[in-house]
Design a protein around this ligand. Structure first.
Ligand code: NDP
Ligand code: MG
Length: 347
């Protein structure tokens, strides 16, 4: 697989375009500031009364409403939450969009599941950093970058010496991505693997495993503090070893006792039945059913703060004993956390 680095991308292409970034949240603030620091002409587009407006002004960025900014935009990067993108696109972008403007995304959800339908004359591309927004910004500031994916859904650039892919690479370079490496994928592959990864392994699978382990120890009479350290705190230490050098590297670092126990008990936890469940999760994503269920839940929220399924589960997570004991223990280990997290936990 070809990996693109700085030398494979021409930053002048994106510098010649007016770039509008819709949203100034996790990804939006990172892309907007990185592109501006790379010399790109950036406008941040928000709704009237947006809570992010003053933050973008304070960062010395150009800020306008979405409707005002779009007529002048050559490239529009959609960095509002996935569940609002269709509404924003139909109401504020589509009626004001240049015929040949390029639409860009950091996740393929709305394009792949055909929630947003674009005109033939507009190119549709993706530049997706594989990391949270605050890392996209902090690594850029240190002279690095976050590995990123690019994908081309539709290239309608004609009669120019560059293609939509060249623009995607140029954007990725301005955002720091080509410093770390950029891989080309498709909207389908990015969307389906991203949703599967977060549901089955990284977020859904991981938190279910942690909670079940914690509950098992506490129900057997062990102290919640011990259970917290064993089942939650140490996950980072182990996943760091796995990320640095693979699974065998982690096995090399842990004791022989732990390694033996890993081989003995891992397959009892993740069984053929678990893999069957993973296949069902993947089918539910591929069919588009997951996307529809998520959007239906969002639609039932009157203030955009999450539907009934989201709210019930958010609350029960907050109420779980592991969160209460964890908050207490983490408050005594401030060195572990970023300043932002400590502030958040104080509030
Ligand atoms: P956030 O929830 O952090 O973005 C919120 C921003 O969108 C705020 O500035 C908010 O402003 C603005 N917004 C909300 N509604 C509107 C609206 N109607 N009109 C204009 N602006 C609006 O989003 P993320 O950064 O998490 O996600 C953005 C995209 O990036 C998604 O496609 C996501 O899948 C993708 N992505 C996210 C990653 C991450 O690290 N979070 C990682 C990789 C991809 P307001 O103050 O008005 O609410
Ligand atoms: Mg992901």
């Amino acid at each position: 697989m070809k990996i693109y680095y700085d030398d494979d991308a021409n930053i002048e292409l994106i510098k010649n375009l007016n770039v509008t970034i819709v949203g100034y949240g996790s990804q939006g603030h990172a892309h907007a500031n990185n592109l501006k620091d790379s010399g790109v002409n950036v406008t941040v587009a928000l709704r009237n009364g947006s809570s992010s407006w003053d933050k973008a002004i304070d960062a010395d960025l150009n800020v306008m409403t979405v409707e005002e900014s779009i007529p002048n935009a050559d490239l529009v990067m959609m960095l509002a939450p996935d569940e609002f993108q269709k509404g924003i696109f139909e109401k504020s972008i589509k009626p004001n969009l240049k015929k040949d403007a390029i639409l860009a995304f950091a996740h393929g959800f709305n394009i792949h599941f055909k929630k947003i339908i674009t005109e033939e004359t507009n190119s549709v591309i993706m530049i997706a950093p594989k990391g949270p927004g605050h890392t996209v910004r902090s690594t850029y500031k240190k002279g690095g970058g976050v590995p990123s994916l690019i994908a081309i859904y539709h290239d309608s650039i004609h009669g120019k010496e560059y293609s939509a892919k060249d623009i995607a690479l140029s954007y990725a370079k301005a955002n720091g991505g080509t410093r770390a490496g950029v891989l080309e994928t498709s909207f389908k592959e990015e969307t389906e693997t991203d949703l599967f990864g977060e549901q089955a392994v990284l977020c859904g699978g991981m938190t279910a495993l942690i909670k079940a382990g914690f509950e098992t120890l506490v129900e057997a009479g062990y102290s919640p503090e011990m259970a917290y350290f064993e089942c939650l705190h140490e996950t980072k230490l182990i996943t760091d070893l796995i990320q640095e050098g693979g699974i065998a590297n982690m096995h090399y670092s842990i004791s022989n006792t732990a390694e033996y126990g890993d081989y003995l008990s891992g397959p009892k936890i993740i069984t053929d039945e678990t893999k069957g469940a993973m296949k069902e999760i993947l089918n539910n994503i591929q069919s588009g059913d997951f996307a529809n269920e998520f959007l239906d839940d969002c639609r039932q929220s009157n203030d955009g703060s999450g539907g009934p399924f989201m709210k019930i589960n958010r609350q029960s997570t907050q109420d779980h004993q592991i969160e209460k004991v964890g908050k207490e223990l983490r408050s005594k280990m401030k060195f572990l956390n970023s300043e932002k997290l400590v502030d958040k936990e104080k509030n």
